[in-house]
Design a binder for this molecule. Structure first.
Ligand code: ZN
Length: 291
């Protein structure tokens, strides 16, 4: 039984200076792939879905697949809702067995962000579910691809850096268990490589009582990811790079097929390999592997 909460899975990472990968896995097939790679490299892993992945009964299919994968895994597994927009969806996820939710009230003002996060945290903690909040705002790299696009964000959705001066008060009052910070990454596929504000991150890390999270990890240069982890990032979210590899491979496979009536188990071999390679590469970069 390796099912753990988001809080538990991050406990060790900060002190030991590695980051736990959070993979956006939109469906049960991707859940299996993420856990297979995590087991292969002996790494903890966080499985995540976003609200658009979970309309209607899909939430239950997803939760059951994640739960099955987690309780049978040889490595610690947490599963969470990423970028939740409201209290009701968090409650549904807690009832379905999720062990973490990220409430994204980062586009609200400071007081409203605290109020909304605290409201969710008070309920989630009764279920033993951990809460990630966001202070500052991680914007979009561009519209059209990746996590940000899936959230319906716009191309003019700009970054607002996290203010270190408000971190302690936010965590204390919002009662969050992990904090997503805005230090220069963005959601989606970058047009040009980002420059992370590592000194700002180090300042935030000094005053934060909870582990810090980096959204928009896809496409960030490896040396900058390493510097971010060395300066307090304990969880890195990956979506766009995985989806790019997956869809690109599907495009190649389908374009090369003499007819489209071939077996699904044959068709998905290469796309699975492509996506799992991205996961493997990220786990090694984040240093969470113990293989
Ligand atoms: Zn995000």
């Amino acid at each position: 039984m390796a099912l753990v909460s988001l809080k538990e899975i991050l406990q060790d990472a900060r002190a030991a200076k590695y980051a736990v990968p959070m993979f956006d896995v939109a469906n049960p097939q991707m859940i299996r792939m993420a856990v297979e790679v995590a087991e292969e490299l002996n790494s903890p892993v966080i499985l995540a879905a976003i609200e658009p992945d979970l309309p209607g009964n899909r939430l239950n299919f997803w939760a059951n697949a994640a739960n099955y994968a987690a309780i049978n895994a040889k490595v610690p597994v947490a599963y969470m809702l990423d970028h939740a927009t409201n209290f009701a969806i968090c409650k549904r996820c807690a009832e379905a067995g999720f062990t973490g939710v990220m409430l994204d009230a980062s586009s609200k003002d400071f007081e409203e962000n605290i109020r909304l996060t605290r409201e969710v945290a008070d309920l989630m903690h009764k279920y033993g579910v951990s809460v990630e909040a966001e202070l500052g705002h991680v914007g979009d790299a561009q519209a059209g691809q990746g996590e940000g696009a899936a959230l319906g964000n716009k191309a003019d959705d700009h970054n607002v850096y996290t203010d270190p001066a408000s971190v302690e008060e936010f965590i204390e009052r919002a009662k969050c268990d992990a904090l997503a910070v805005s230090i220069g990454t963005a959601h989606g596929i970058y047009k040009t490589a980002p420059t992370l504000q590592i000194e700002l991150l180090a300042e935030i890390n000094k005053v934060s009582k909870v582990p810090l999270v980096l959204h928009g990890g896809s496409g960030t240069p490896e040396d900058q990811i390493k510097a971010a982890i060395a300066n307090g990032i304990s969880k890195v979210n990956i979506c766009a790079e995985m989806m790019y590899a997956w869809h690109k491979s599907w495009m190649d496979v389908l374009q090369a097929a003499p007819n489209l009536g071939f077996l699904e188990c044959v068709a998905q071999v290469e796309p699975e390999k492509a996506m799992m390679d991205v996961m493997r590469k990220k786990i090694r970069l984040f240093g969470s592997n113990r293989d």
